[in-house]
Write a protein that binds this ligand. Sequence first.
Ligand code: SIN
Length: 277
Amino acid sequence: MGQQTIAIRKLTPGIGAEISGVDLARPLGNQAFQEIHDALMENLVIFFRDQELTHDQHKAFGRRFGELHIHPSSLAVLADHPEVLIIKADERSKYVAGEEWHSDVSCDPEPPMGSILYLKEVPPDGGGDTLFANMYRAFETLSAPIQRLCEGLTAVHDGAQVYGGRFGQTPKEGGFPKNEHPVVRTHPVTGRKALYVNRNFTTRIAGLRKPESDALLEMLYRHSETPEFQCRFAWRPNSIAFWDNRAAMHHAMWDYFPHKRLGYRVTVKGDKPFHRT
Ligand code: SIN
């Protein structure tokens, strides 16, 4: 169907599209909102170039899609904007956010539906791309017996593995989030099934012995990280990526140390993952 307000250029047939013809600093009219929402549902991650946004405008764009999410443990938030995560790496960094394949905060009881990352500074000699993987494709390309097996399973997603482990953060209250979600989730808008496990947060498949769980998870991780399911975004200053965490995973390349990369992420709340046969 033709768009009336925006133009769409796909990065690959399966995932990723660049949107032009819209200034996200201005309030989004209903037609533009609907077209951007449809483009996100179809392409799983959408990109915008040359956007000049204040933090309030960034949040206002996010709020068009739902309530904003507050991170359960990160201290890298703006003092006056607790909904805005600072995504920064430089010569002092020991780790960067998102350097392992993941769906954002999948350890939450109701993980975020989407994340909107706005980069202001990119490394001077290149690097710092973000990779996105189509988790519908990951599910659909499993053999029928493995699909059936996975559709009956749930898995534990534990924030302690990442936030407490690699990042060395302390939980705000009551420990890091730890929740069980279906291994295959039904997307609440498209109705399609997506594989929903990731190396960052998923620790165990419920009901399996540990060696069985480890082997099955490793197979699913390797499969979902297949390059043919992916697109790769090369950032410029003032670019935005908006991804659907229910249908895509992502991986931030940290191949630019000791150079600096800086941006801000607004995250939109989601609902409890479910599986419908
Ligand atoms: C993230 O996981 O939100 C970070 C992605 C990136 O920095 O490219």
